[in-house]
Design a binder for this molecule. Sequence first.
Ligand code: ZN
Length: 300
Amino acid sequence: MFFFVRHINAQDHFVKNSLTVPLGETYVKINIYERSGSNITFFSPHHNEQIALKLARTAVLERGGRLVEVESFDENGDPIRRLNFNVDGRSHSIDPNRIFTANGRNCSGLTDKAGLAIKNFAEQLLNIIFQPSAGLPQNERMLVAVHNNSDSSEKPTGRNAADLTAISFAGEINSSQPKRTEFQDQAAGVYLSNTETDTDNFVFLSTPQYIGYFANKGFNVVVQKPLGQSDDKRCSVDDGSLSVYSAQKEILYICLEADAKNGAVRQKQMLDAIYDLADGSFDSTSIASGGFRNGRVRNK
Ligand SMILES: [Zn+2]
């Protein structure tokens, strides 16, 4: 009996590849989930944010794209946010979303040797997310980070201002608000939707060009400060996050933040909106001159 075996490109199917990347004397597992069908790259740096990474994984399975996931567990096997690593036998810890710029790495206050280990790790991780030329791989046009943040309404009164919410990026509007919000140095502005009931849910954009798109869909939207204004060495501005790195490299970056407890439905809607945006025709090659164009995605 003969079986005709058709040659199948592996990417036609959902595939998972894992790489181990050294961080000092420790190895960090980076998982890459892929399937053809979309030109989106997702990134999940925080392994404890399970709603976000599971939704992104399912989205890639169902609609295509690529998800780069940083794996981190504690000694009990529970997923954790930070990466623990050793240099010269000494233990250190770093937030994997504070490693991508030299300025941000300096903000972590680690030893020179630990800082160098983080720099080497960050460069390898960037080579996985991007091509070595610091652009997304050919035909990949959009970088989308997925995150969850803890429920601000559950924190004791007075602590809420320091939480990562859409409002925490807004400047002072009137005296009834806190004098300074935690993240206002990073944002050009904030759109608060009256249809969003949880300020933990918001879309963070590296460029204002898609504010209207996400606002029309009822999401809160935070827009990062433009590159010229964010060339600022304060750790409150250049914190080494991938959003700052992407802005410096003029890569279209979108971050989907949702409540760690109740945000799944909204985050799924955000992911659907991302696919609709990516499926539409837009010129993503230039943030400065970008925007929707009629016709095909341009390959420059
Ligand atoms: Zn996160």
